[in-house]
Each structure stands twice: as C-alpha cells, then as structure tokens.
Design a protein around this ligand. Structure first.
Ligand SMILES: [Zn+2]
Length: 155
C-alpha cells in the first residue's frame, strides 16, 4: 500500500494552483484535454482523494519503486461520470497537473503497464510506446535511469 505523504499533497496542490493560474486560455477542442482540464480546475480536491484511494490499493515494490495495483491481467480502470479511464492516466494527470490530449500516450519507462508511479511515466505518441516495448524486451529496464520525482518526467 502506497500512502501519499503530506509533503507530496502540498507539492501537488502548489503545482495545481500554478496550473489553474496559467492554464491555456486559447480555444482547445480536444475533448479529452478539456475533460482533464475540468478536473484539474474544478474538482481537484475530489481528484486528490481519489488519487490517495488508488495509491492505497497498490503494492509498493521497493526493488523498483513501482506502484503496482496487483491485478493479474490488464490495466486498472476507473469510472468518472460516464467515462471509463485508465487509472495510470488519472494518477499521472493529477500528480503533475497536466491535462492529456487524446493523441498523447502514457509510456511506462518501467515496462509495467499497470504501474501508477508518475515518476515512471513519460508522455509520447504510439510509435514511441511501441519502441519502448521493443527496447524493454531487448535490453530490459534501466532502473537507474528512471527519475525519482514525477516532475522530472516533464521536459
Ligand atoms: Zn513503475
């Protein structure tokens, strides 16, 4: 079980306040981007509670710092309104206060597609995601290169 520390929540709230202050005011039509933007702007308290609940369901693997939901197959999903979304997308967006568009894929740098540790995630496109899979199969995961902090994943 992963418990989110007060320090982390404080860091998340500070980051979210920056997001709400500086969020894009240009017209954006990507439906998924607007969905996340709405959560970050209007429902962040609820999102933090859900984030904590999700992480509380995970097992922490000290060997590789993965937050693993421990389900046997597939990826953990959750329902918000009438949308079913991947838990790892939710935890990433809420952890770093960055909305994702429908074009952006989550690239698990730990090669564990269920992992909810935002520090193990990079954003990209489908082609990169596939490349990650091939290179993880060929060379394994280079754990020493993974960031310690979620914010290091944003470049
Ligand atoms: Zn991981």
């Amino acid at each position: 079980m992963v418990t989110v520390s007060h320090k982390t929540i404080k860091e998340m709230r500070a980051r979210n306040a920056e997001y709400v202050h500086h969020r894009m005011q240009i017209p954006i039509t990507d439906e998924q981007y607007l969905f996340w933007d709405n959560i970050l702007t209007n429902y962040y308290d609820e999102a933090i509670t859900l984030y904590q609940d999700l992480l509380a369901q995970t097992n922490y693997k000290s060997r590789n710092r993965c937050y693993d939901p421990g389900i046997l197959q597939g990826k953990l999903t959750l329902k918000i309104g009438d949308k079913r979304i991947y838990a790892h997308r939710f935890t990433y967006v809420v952890r770093v206060s960055l909305p994702l568009s429908s074009q952006q894929v989550i690239r698990h740098q730990c090669a564990n597609e269920r992992c909810l540790n935002a520090a193990h995630i990079e954003l990209g496109v489908q082609a990169q995601n596939f490349q990650d899979l091939l290179s993880a199969r060929a060379y394994g995961v280079r754990w020493e290169l993974l960031p310690k902090s979620a914010f290091e994943t944003i470049r």
